[in-house]
Ligand binder design. Sequence first.
Ligand code: FAD
Length: 489
Amino acid sequence: MSKIGIVGSGMGSLGFAIRSAVAGHQVSVFDANSYPGGKLAQIETNGFRFDAGPSLFTMPHLVDELFTLAGKNPRDYFSYERLPEICRYFWEDGTRLQTNAAPAETAAAIASELGESEENVARFLREIGENYHIISDLFLDNSLHSLSTWTGRKALKGYLNIPRLGLFNTMHRSHAKRFTNPKTVQLFDRYATYNGSDPYQTPATLSIIPHLEYNLGAFFPKGGIISIPRALHRLAEELGVDFHFNEKVSRITTENHTATGLETEKGNYTFDYIACNADIRPSYTKLLAQEPQPKKLLTQPKSSSGIIFYWGMNRSFDELGVHNIFFSDDYQGEFKAIFEDNTINDDPTIYLHISSKVEKSDAPAGGENWFILMNVPANEGQDWDALVAKMRKNVIEKLSRNLGVDIEQHIVAEDLLDPRSIEARTSSAGGALYGNASNNRFAAFLRHPNYRKAIKNLYWVGGSVHPGGGIPLCLSSAKIAAKLFAENA
Ligand code: FAD
């Protein structure tokens, strides 16, 4: 049995802590916050409840498997339902589209509303599913830094399929070639934002992302997204994991380039192994300043951040679903503003999520809880007070225009997160939601590894390392790190 100390209690940490505890190790988790889950937090105001971070839950089996691994029934800890509807889309010219859980229904809706060939859309959805399996065998489920990943039968299958994976094309160009209506291109380009990237730069390989929603399903956990880290925290505690909340780690101690322990605001701890769940940038600059830095990784562009308005509304809107998108008329301009000019444009794409459509207790009777997210650049010292004020005005105008109602008069509760507060609450560099952006092949596929020989006995989990950000990939990072740990330790 080894003693393992973990920095942070985000999804990557919870997955790694549970796997390590099940393997018989003694695990201690330290978090600067007072709660488990990191970006999975909640906001309560004036009778409304909001999930502060993620709103879309995909691949729930990755959560379930942690309970099964521990010999428990996941349904004794949390439950979820598959949503019948994926998303409602709104364009300024009045075009409306609803995509549904059944891929055939989505293909039919895109054909009838956007004039695409139904067969072409259905084939696209099938192909991204096939590509997903090739990539997950090679990339998402394995360390790219293990020789076995590159030499097995699955790797050979991956090499043979490289031409179809779109490594040398951009996502936007690939979609523009495939579909006739620019709105269909925009719809599928949007998925680059699921890891904080720019569809006009990111490799077409990332076109697999909608497979998760359209083929595998969008899910809603009972009690909201917050119930996921709470359930995992409960399981981890039952397995003996020791949590230290409100205890910020100031240094990962090392000797001869080997991790030996943690220094926190409250004391010094010795461990056999450390796992780091904090974003790689502050981890290297603050916690591991004494060690050689992986400079190329630390200088890649950051993923996008978000401005999120949490609005309690005093009425309901039948034309809205759980997930809604109001598209910008200038999509390329929106991404240029974010990734080239470090600012926001005047016509942002708006993501509007309403959990109270499913979880009625999230809003007072007759009302709705609106979570409104716009992609924005990471914090580089911009004048966020001015940008937030401009964003608020533009969002109110755009939603009022599209819904035909002056929405401002219906806002009865309000809260806000912007890149500064996301950074302050989760220590992610610049408040970036997904670590580095995947705007080039290096950044997309060669993220920070889950283990580096340069600093022994130190494992890495979470959204800024391999295989990437988002709840499912953070859980995969924990699985890969646990496998490497079992092989090395
Ligand atoms: P984090 O959540 O980043 O947590 C890291 C933890 O480490 C924090 O609790 C922090 O306090 C702690 N920490 C850091 N440094 C220290 C230190 N020195 N000492 C002690 N503790 C420390 N993903 C999806 O799958 N679906 C979505 O719909 C989605 N939407 C999102 C919307 C928003 C607004 C945000 C913010 C994120 C969204 N994401 C979404 C991304 C997802 O939340 C993240 O990729 C994921 O939660 C990151 O988990 P993590 O394991 O990297 O840890």
